[in-house]
Design a protein around this ligand. Structure first.
Ligand code: BF8
Ligand code: SF4
Length: 636
């Protein structure tokens, strides 16, 4: 079994034994059934853009070199990857739009289930977006901030860029992107344009197609920035909280409800209402009442804001059901496996979809709208309590595996911690320690899990290499989940793995911030949309040093990039100037033109580039070298 089950997570290994015993197929079995995977697809050389196809270009040069319409390998690969960037941008930006529209309604007093929880941040954003607040009520300001944000979906003037990009990136970077024609003026229009220009018989010049994709990737960045920032205003800006992660957080004596997906609009209300319904759960026999646990990015959202424990990350979402003790899994959007209802059927677990545009065969659907948020949350929780009464105790098998995780390091939280060292100039201790080399650089881990690798393994290996070389580590998304589950987001990990000078700095900050010890080895910045938090921090550093983002000793790594969203994130990472490591091979290698464009070509244009390396030990060392090179460039 060990060969088949591609994971480093002991809880997943234990639960796969249950799946074997019960003859339930999991993601790992379905992966095996797909082998060997299609070589044309893996290289990006299969085109299905029109019904004359599918067309395939022979990678060895022996068979056809052109599709029926005449498109060559470079056009086909460029169109495929560019469409992935657009899909990623659409996904993040739909999430962002949903939050912005909700905030607009909150501003009008139309959504009693929600309120403004971080007024200070609301006013800071208003200032950032140049919104006049004088004499306005707080709710009116919220309405205006949401309305101005929504202009990023509506503006038709090509000469005006999106507000959030201008507000978040250093001016130097915005100018460069503007000169390259890479700045989106409108998220929706940019996604639409990519779909249009990659239609049969349109843009066939690979570099032009790819640069169009980069504009889409920057639209993705804009969408996630606004999603993150407005979520903080509505749900609170994260600050450090101690919690636990991995499957052992499921409690046999409680009604267990997993929230899975991305958008905090529903999960926030579920957390609120669960407190009110605890007694009903106890009345149904659950000694400990209701236990909410998180999965994927919704898990990250509620973990960093409420300390809700994280059950698992993307690849192992099915495992939560295999414990036999999960009473309901409530899902919203993105990265939800369509297999969940079938696995739920083998147990008593209710799998509940909530978004009308995201249903699954075999799942119960309870339609969520912000206007009926409280009723929906009650219905969902009652469903879980009813399911609990049908739970078969003989099927319960919860591996007692979990780790302590200190999470919730928003950029604001990091600045607050630093301000304990220098109240007047909080960035100074960070800048000083980077300049004097105690901190060699910063690495942001982002992205997914993939069956192309061993789940969570590369994250750990690369992080340990970087930490030993005194690199400060940040993480989001399923990368953050991996670190939390494997005990790299706690103080012991800092003691164990950080290089001496990094440990000294983390200890100094942690002690000053009242943590009675160092900051955790990897700082949890949140969900995937929260990658923008890391950019906020990097921008502050760049502005402080008077340089652009590409000059900083800052790198990104997505060891298990999988989703279209991850492709979009990695692409804007490159476009804003970051050397960006991918641990899975992108489906572009069928075109040397596109492959070169993503590496040397991108470096010339943006300063950032893709660094593809599947071996985590080598990847870690390469990233250390990149950081050293950046330091030399800065003369530090
Ligand atoms: O947005 S890291 S597998 S869950 S896509 Fe999905 Fe990838 Fe996880 Fe969150 Ni992000
Ligand atoms: Fe084939 Fe061209 Fe149609 Fe693609 S767009 S499927 S290459 S004919």
């Amino acid at each position: 079994m060990s060969l088949r089950i591609k994971t480093s997570d002991p809880a997943v290994k234990a639960l796969c034994k249950v799946a074997d015993r019960e003859d339930i197929a999991t993601v790992f079995d379905r992966y095996q059934m797909q082998l060997p995977q299609c070589g044309f697809g893996s290289l990006g050389l299969c085109c299905r853009i029109c019904y004359k196809g599918p067309c395939r270009v022979d990678p060895f040069g022996e068979g056809p070199q052109l599709g029926i319409c005449g498109a060559d390998r470079h056009t086909i690969v460029a169109r495929n990857v560019t469409r992935m960037m657009a899909a990623g941008a659409a996904a993040h930006s739909e999430h962002g739009r949903h939050i912005a529209l909700a905030m607009q309604k909150v501003g009008k007093g139309l959504l009693p289930a929600y309120r403004i929880r971080d007024e200070d941040k609301l006013y800071r954003i208003a200032e950032l977006l140049d919104i006049d607040t004088l004499g306005k009520e707080m709710l009116e300001v919220a309405h205006d901030v949401a309305t101005k944000t929504l202009e990023d979906f509506q503006n038709q003037d090509h000469h005006k860029g999106c507000h959030w990009i201008s507000a978040t990136l250093p001016d130097k970077r915005v100018d460069l992107l503007s000169r390259l024609g890479a700045l989106p003026h409108n998220i929706d229009a940019t996604v639409s344009q990519i779909m249009a220009r990659t239609h049969i018989g349109c843009d066939a010049e690979p570099k032009n197609v790819f640069l169009g994709g980069i504009r889409g990737a920057l639209a993705d960045f804009n969408g996630m920035s606004l999603a993150t920032e407005l979520s903080d205003v509505m749900f609170g800006t994260p600050s450090p909280v101690v919690t636990e992660a991995n499957i052992g957080v499921i409690d046999k004596d409680a009604v267990n409800i997993a929230v899975n997906g991305h958008n905090p609009l529903l999960s926030e209300v579920i957390c609120d209402i669960a407190r009110d319904m605890n007694d009903i759960a106890k009345g149904a026999g659950a000694e400990k009442g209701i236990n909410i646990v998180g999965i994927c990015c919704t898990g990250n959202e509620v973990m960093m804001r409420h300390g809700v424990p994280l059950a698992t990350n993307y690849l192992s979402q099915e495992m939560a059901i295999l414990t036999g003790a999960l009473d309901a899994m409530v899902v919203d959007v993105q990265c939800i496996m369509p297999s969940l209802p079938q696995i739920g059927n083998c147990f008593h677990t209710e799998v509940i979809t909530t978004m009308d545009e995201n249903k699954m065969q075999g799942a119960r659907h309870i339609s969520f709208h912000e206007e009926n948020a409280v009723e929906t949350a009650r219905e969902v929780i009652q469903c879980a309590i009813n399911a609990y009464t049908r739970r078969d105790p003989n099927k319960v098998n919860i591996p007692n595996i979990k780790q302590t995780a200190v999470v919730g390091f928003s950029s604001e939280a990091i600045i607050t911690a630093l301000s304990k060292l220098d109240a007047v100039d909080p960035l100074k201790p960070l800048v000083d320690n980077i300049v004097n080399g105690n901190i060699q650089g910063v690495a942001l881990f982002a992205g997914c899990n993939s069956t192309q690798t061993v789940q969570d393994e590369s994250y750990q290996i690369i992080a340990r290499t970087l930490a030993a070389n005194n690199v400060l580590l940040l993480a989001t998304g399923c990368g953050a989940g991996a670190f939390a589950k494997h005990g790299l987001m706690n103080q012991q990990a800092t003691e164990q793995y950080a290089g001496d000078s990094l440990k000294a700095v983390l200890t100094q900050i942690g002690e000053a911030a009242g943590l009675n010890g160092p900051l955790p080895l990897v700082l949890h910045m949140g969900s995937c949309v929260d990658n923008s938090r890391a950019v906020t921090l990097a921008t502050a550093l760049a502005n402080r040093l008077g340089v652009d983002l590409c000059d900083l000793p800052v790198v990104a790594s997505a060891p298990e990039a999988m989703s279209e969203k991850a492709i979009a994130i990695a692409s804007w990472g490159v476009a804003i100037g970051l050397p960006t490591h991918l641990g899975t091979i992108p489906q572009v290698t069928g075109s040397d033109v596109v492959t070169e464009l993503m590496q040397e070509g991108a470096k010339d244009l943006f300063g950032g580039y893709f660094l593809v390396e599947t071996d985590p030990k080598i990847a870690g060392n390469k990233l250390v070298e990149v950081i050293k090179g950046k330091r030399q460039g800065l003369g530090i």
